[in-house]
Design a protein around this ligand. Structure first.
Ligand code: ATR
Length: 265
């Protein structure tokens, strides 16, 4: 039996176990997906232990995504983002990957969104970093807007074809943009939005990384102005799909994983 899992703290309410196990059942794979909550000081021991025990792969979430970078061999994208959310134990040394970036890209592609032109990414934390690199690597021009403006400038310095801004300029930044991503926590279990409705328009595709609630105020506003909307469960789904495909070498049963996820949201 192959064992996969999630390393984080807390992970008790994670949707990854049912999503991955639905895929194992669909493809008849002899595998399980379990959650682990090591103490921060035991992180290195946890990764060495996982390798010694023959664990096949681990996802990594808050608060360990950055610290794990030092403990595995990161690929180029994970190193540039500065965070690892997927560890592969199949080689001599564990390798680190970041499927959050491609998760956002595939969520948009799934909705037939063209990834050329200009994207506005609101937020410059962990999610914002991954998404900004993901969209820039697709060839988009990326405008990063963040409450703490300096963080947007710092991130823009690292991302190709990117500029940094404060939140005050959002209407100007969005006027000729084709993609908007909310990578802040604003709207999570609240009816707030980081983007004024007046700045939205019908040429936009709007992805909200927040998935609780599934229809955030931002997405409700976006739908009302005729924009394409992509909820946060799509991004969660595709980061999992990418991890599954890397670990197992199989094409993921995307619709089965999507149903397993949405049943629990
Ligand atoms: P994550 O890993 O989920 O991205 P994070 O690294 O803590 O989490 O980043 C949270 C992001 O949400 C940041 O961009 C943060 O802005 P600051 O850098 O200014 O802190 C943003 N954020 C959180 N609360 C916000 C609020 N009330 N208004 C605007 N932005 C907010």
């Amino acid at each position: 039996m192959q064992v996969f899992g999630l390393l984080g703290n807390p992970v008790t309410h994670s949707l990854s176990p049912p999503m991955h196990e639905a895929a194992y059942a669909e493809l008849d794979l002899d595998a399980r997906y379990v959650t682990f909550e090591p103490a921060p000081e035991a992180l290195e021991a946890a990764i060495c232990g996982a390798q010694a025990l023959g664990i096949a792969g681990l996802n990594v979430t808050i608060p360990f995504k950055q610290d794990v970078l030092e403990l595995v061999e990161p690929d180029d994208l994970a190193a540039r983002i500065g965070a690892v959310n997927t560890i592969d134990f199949s080689g001599e040394t564990p390798t680190g990957h970041n499927t959050d970036a491609i998760g956002a890209v595939r969520a948009l592609r799934d909705h037939d969104v063209a990834l050329d032109g200009t994207a506005v990414v609101v937020g410059a934390g962990g999610a914002g970093r991954a998404i900004a690199f993901g969209l820039a690597d697709e060839g988009m021009t990326v405008r990063i807007a963040n409450r703490t403006e300096q963080k947007a400038h710092d991130l823009a310095d690292a991302v190709p074809n990117a500029t940094g801004h404060g939140l005050g300029d959002l209407d100007k930044l969005l006027a000729d943009a084709s993609v908007l991503v909310n990578a802040t926590s604003v709207g999570m279990e609240s009816d707030e939005t980081p983007v004024p409705k007046a700045a939205l328009h019908d040429e936009l595709a709007v992805l909200d990384a927040v998935y609780r609630p599934l229809e955030t105020r931002l997405l409700r506003d976006a739908r009302a102005v005729g924009a394409t909307t992509v909820d946060g469960a799509w991004m969660l789904l595709y980061q999992g799909v990418e991890a599954f495909e890397r670990w197992t070498g199989n094409d993921a049963p995307v619709s089965v994983m999507n149903i397993a996820l949405r049943e629990r949201l």
